[in-house]
Structures are given as structure tokens and as C-alpha cells.
Design a protein around this ligand. Structure first.
Ligand code: PEP
Ligand code: MN
Length: 347
């Protein structure tokens, strides 16, 4: 990892470094953070001579070899001070970042989504979610509809809130990027789909679209989860958030096995914000508050929660696990109250 003295290398400086690393069969990847550009060395970066030559250049502050399987995600990496911003909000600073909205946008009842969005804004959410395209276990269930993107874009325009939608393939990614979607969600089923992760990282590099990466539900270990996020960052987009959402097999009575307790492990290993999804984790609206409080206590920077103005009229997961905007308001107030007691890494 190469850190220049100024916030960015000039074109000539970059060329000079590229020609050095090429001698050692390595490449350079430029990663644009909010304040500073850092440069990852891709390939076998253990060549001492290569290191010395780069470190000796007058415009270089530091060259680091990080002995970690995820050298960009690591808390000791050059990105350790990287902050993820959604709109004007820096995630993890002042209060929990709350993403709320229905599981699935019903294209036949746009008004329900719009009313939900306004009620959630009133309740205090920081961003709106809503499934446009849905990964469904049953191939005959509702799969989503391009029309729903217009509905969530209208909600964004009317409320001024950033939006989060799940993308599962190149065509959906193109539509989401053209629509300037603020948060690209990668669902649990694609959490280890490395070619999709690379494509999303590459195509969203340099845009204002951040990525919310869910944890693979088949008990991806924290390291496997972080390594998946590394694909996104190594492909060019450092604006990545990690989202535990429960794993299988489910705990009897819950939809999945709740895993908000891995938040401190993630916070210790990486610099990335953790946004827990309690809705898919417990799968019942009545447990969402308890799971949310637990997640914040464990150090989560925010929550992604399914919420609907009238859950019984929702499609997808909403009838069983969405909370109402009134419940959301209480939840946001309660989470803000315990924010100061949350787990924080020691150093
Ligand atoms: C969702 O957020 O509605 C969803 C399908 O999530 P997951 O990928 O975690 O199942
Ligand atoms: Mn859902």
C-alpha cells in the first residue's frame, strides 16, 4: 500500500511508480477515499527492492506491506481513517444510521410506498430501502419489476432521503448506477459471488454509490465476510458497509440465527461501518426492537430495518417482519439513547 505525501499522485508520479512495480510483475490500483488517494500494490508485493525504490521517492509518505488476507479492509491499512458518507452523513459519527423501508416495493400500489417513505422520514430514518428486484427462493414468487425503480426515485425526490436497493446482475447494476442509487445492496445469496462483487466494485468506483454487503447466510466466517468486501474495495470502491443479517440453520423460533454479536469482531478487524439487519435475522416484527438494541450495544454503526405503513398489505417479507413507522420512531429514539454505551474497539 502506497501513501503519497499529498492527497493524490500526479499522472507522472503514478507512471513512475507503475513502471517500478511492473518490473516485479505487480500492478497499481488507485483507491479514491474522501480526502486522500491511496495506491494498492496488486500481485506479490513482498519484494524488498521494489519497496525500497518506491519508499525512496521524494513524494511518497509511506509504503506498507500488510500481512493480512484483506489488506485494504484491515484496520491497520492505509484506509484505516476512511469514512463512508451517505449524502452528507458520515456513518458511525453522531448516531446510528438507520435505513428503513419495505422489503419489496409493490409496483401496483405506488402510493403505499410513497406514504411509507414520508412516514419513515417523519419517524427519523436516514435512508430508504425498498426491493425493486427480489431474490426469491421460489422461482414462481414475485421477482420484482423495473417499474418499482421509478417509485423509489420519486420517494427520494419527495423526501430528500438517500435510497438503498439490492442489485443482482449487470443489467440491474446499470439501471441503479444510471439512477444514482445511493446504496447498492448485495444480498446474502450473492454475498460470495466474486465476479458480481468485482463488477460492482469496478462500475461504482468513483461514483457516490456506496455498497451494503450482506453476510453470506451459510455462516460465512468474519474473515470470509471481510474478504468478500475486500473484492469490492480492491475493485475500486472503498465505500463499503458490512451487514450481518443472520445465518442458517435458524435458531428455533427465529428466521435465521441472529448474528449481531459478530459486530465487535468486524469492528476490531476492519475500518468498515457495520450496519446490522435485524429484520431478516429474527424474521418477526415483535423481536426487531430487541435485536436492534442488541446490535447497537455490540457496536453496530447502524441498522437496515424492514418497515411498512401497513405491513399486512405488503408483499415479500413485510407481513411477517416489517415494523410500522410508529414502531420505527420508538426504535430510533431508544437506539439513540444507548448509542453512548455501545462497544468501541479499544484503540
Ligand atoms: C432483503 O433485504 O430484502 C433481502 C432479500 O435480504 P437478504 O439478502 O439478507 O436475504
Ligand atoms: Mn426482505
Amino acid at each position: 500500500m502506497i501513501i503519497p505525501k499529498l492527497d493524490k499522485l500526479s499522472a507522472d508520479q503514478l507512471k513512475e511508480i507503475e513502471s517500478i512495480v511492473e518490473e516485479f510483475d505487480c500492478n497499481i490500483l488507485e483507491i479514491q477515499g474522501h480526502n486522500q488517494c491511496v495506491y494498492a500494490i496488486l500481485g506479490d508485493e513482498t519484494h524488498a527492492v521494489m519497496f525500497k525504490r518506491i519508499a525512496g521517492l521524494s513524494y511518497i509518505r509511506k509504503v506498507d506491506a500488510i500481512e493480512s488476507p484483506y489488506k485494504l479492509m484491515d484496520r491497520r491499512s492505509a484506509l484505516s481513517n476512511h469514512q463512508v458518507c451517505i449524502g452528507k452523513t458520515i456513518i458511525g459519527k453522531e448516531k446510528p444510521f438507520i435505513i428503513g423501508g419495505p422489503c419489496t416495493i409493490d409496483p401496483n400500489s405506488p402510493q403505499l410506498y410513497i406514504e411509507t417513505a414520508h412516514a419513515l422520514k417523519e419517524a427519523g430514518v436516514d435512508a430508504l430501502r425498498g426491493g425493486v428486484w427480489k431474490p426469491r427462493t421460489n422461482p414462481y414468487s414475485y421477482q420484482g419489476d423495473n417499474k418499482a425503480i421509478e417509485i423509489i426515485l420519486r420517494a427520494k425526490e419527495e423526501t430528500g432521503l438517500p435510497i438503498d436497493i439490492e442489485v443482482m446482475d449487470s443489467a440491474q447494476l446499470r439501471i441503479a448506477l444510471d439512477s444514482k442509487v445511493d446504496i447498492l445492496q448485495i444480498g446474502t445469496r450473492n454475498a460470495l459471488n466474486y465476479s458480481l462483487l468485482k463488477e460492482i466494485g469496478e462500475k461504482s468506483a468513483g461514483t457516490n454509490s456506496s455498497v451494503l454487503l450482506k453476510r453470506g447466510r451459510h455462516v460465512a466466517s468474519p474473515d470470509e465476510f471481510i474478504a468478500a468486501a475486500e473484492y469490492l474495495v480492491a475493485s475500486g470502491n472503498p465505500n463499503v458497509m458490512l451487514c450481518p443479517r443472520g445465518t442458517t440453520p435458524p435458531l428455533d423460533g427465529y428466521r435465521n440465527h441472529p448474528d449481531e454479536s459478530i459486530s465487535p469482531l468486524l469492528k476490531n478487524k476492519t475500518w468498515a461501518p457495520v450496519i446490522v439487519d435485524p429484520s431478516h435475522s429474527v424474521g418477526h416484527s415483535e423481536y426487531v426492537l430487541a435485536s436492534s438494541l442488541s446490535a447497537i450495544t455490540y457496536g453496530a454503526d447502524g441498522l437496515c430495518i424492514e418497515s411498512h405503513i401497513d405491513p399486512s398489505k405488503g408483499i415479500g417479507d413485510d407481513p411477517k417482519q416489517a415494523i410500522t413507522p410508529e414502531e420505527m420512531k420508538e426504535l430510533i429514539l431508544s437506539c439513540a439513547e444507548i448509542w453512548k454505551y455501545r462497544y468501541l474497539p479499544k484503540d
